[in-house]
Design a protein around this ligand. Structure first.
Ligand code: HEM
Length: 230
């Protein structure tokens, strides 16, 4: 018997896939700009600069949409680690990724409408969306309008610390994407998580999580009638 629940509202899916396109453009153009040499680079310098500026502005708008959407829908709650036994639950999830997953063990924290992130996802998505992304956006905007940066900062040119933070946050986001795409293939089948991110519906064998299916909290945009069993 399988369990099918609706967990991702359309607005989150639209935000996510626009975000993916923009981040990929930013990574390709950003690497090109970072390693630019006369006559070298993955993408021509002037094209990479325009791509980076346009995708960067697009990312600011998409992020504002994500931020407001999370407040309005209450989805921000998904990102807050639940305090009770949190470290213990992180350890269980970590052990699952490192060992149990390869030995056919069921997911330790089955997805529910109320809680669709596991404890590690809560922490990492929170750090990503509420620390790294804002830092990358603010430093990127400062780069776009350099006159707002102080002339000198920490005894060096004011733009240098900005450049450093921009590079480090972008690099961490790049690392996140690599791990995130890999973990996106660790659902019940290779593509089941990706298909959830496209359709909003999460499907899994019910046996492992029958009691949890009764949970009554709602994810953003999901309704109680969306919960169905087949
Ligand atoms: C090719 C690139 C990407 C793929 C294939 C992908 C795939 C997925 C999948 C399958 C999920 C849902 C399952 C899960 O969380 O385990 C997800 C959720 C999520 N992804 Fe991605 N992702 C990509 C890039 C990104 C990027 C670049 C970011 C942010 C910088 C991002 C941020 C998120 C967030 C915050 C969620 C949770 C959304 C929510 O439910 O509120 N993803 N992604």
């Amino acid at each position: 018997m399988s369990r099918r629940i609706f967990i991702l509202a359309l607005w989150i899916r639209v935000w996510h896939w626009i975000n993916v396109l923009l981040i990929l453009c930013l990574i390709a153009s950003g690497l090109s700009l970072h390693y630019a040499r006369p006559g070298a680079g993955i993408i021509r310098f002037s094209l990479a600069r325009d791509m980076h500026n346009i995708a960067g502005i697009g990312l600011c708008i998409d992020y504002a949409y994500f931020f407001i959407g999370n407040i309005v829908s209450g989805n921000w709650w998904q990102y807050i680690p639940r305090p009770h036994g949190y470290m213990q639950r992180c350890w269980v999830q970590f052990r699952y990724y490192m060992w149990d997953m390869f030995h056919g063990a069921p997911h330790p924290f089955p997805t529910t409408v109320a809680d669709n992130f596991n404890p590690l996802q809560q922490l990492i998505y929170w750090g990503l969306m509420y620390v790294l992304m804002p830092l990358m956006i603010v430093t990127g905007l400062t780069y776009l309008y350099p006159t707002v940066a102080p002339d000198r900062w920490f005894g060096v040119d004011g733009l240098l610390p900005i450049a450093f933070v921009h590079f480090v946050t972008a690099f961490l986001i790049f690392l996140f994407v690599l791990v995130h795409v890999y973990l996106g293939t660790t659902g019940d089948t290779l593509t089941s998580k990706i298909s959830t991110m496209i359709t909003g519906w999460h499907e899994e064998e019910a046996d492992a999580c029958e009691p949890l299916a009764q949970e009554s909290g709602l994810a953003a945009g999901a309704t109680a009638t969306d919960v169905s069993k087949s």
